[in-house]
Design a protein. Structure first.
Length: 109
């Protein structure tokens, strides 16, 4: 009995110690704003539904640049645990982005 308990504890510690977060980043050659904005997105029913349906970027839109310099998708141990415990019914993910810098106006120094 004691051996089974110690094996279980060792297994849990091994799983927790080997788990980590992951990040996927898409960058462009466009110079980005040093400040990143972000939002947590929730996927339901194995990706069939998403909340919010559309992610808006009011800061990027207000700059009038029409693009982003970098988009990052992040996941951590907590988000992964939620996904596993709910068998994929709920899967939160963090999105972060950096707006492209506006082009300098010609003739202005």
């Amino acid at each position: 009995m004691r051996s089974k308990l110690s094996t279980s504890i060792l297994s849990v510690l091994l799983i927790v110690s080997l788990s980590s977060c992951y990040t996927a980043r898409v960058g462009t050659h466009i110079q980005g704003d040093p400040v990143a904005a972000g939002q947590t997105v929730h996927f339901f029913l194995w990706g069939a539904l998403q909340s919010p349906k559309q992610i808006t970027t009011p800061v990027c839109d207000s700059l009038g640049v029409g693009g982003m310099a970098e988009v990052t998708v992040k996941n951590n141990f907590g988000y992964s645990l939620i996904t596993v415990v709910t068998l994929g019914i709920w899967s939160p993910t963090r999105l972060e982005w950096k707006c492209a810098k506006p082009c300098p106006k010609e003739g202005v120094k």
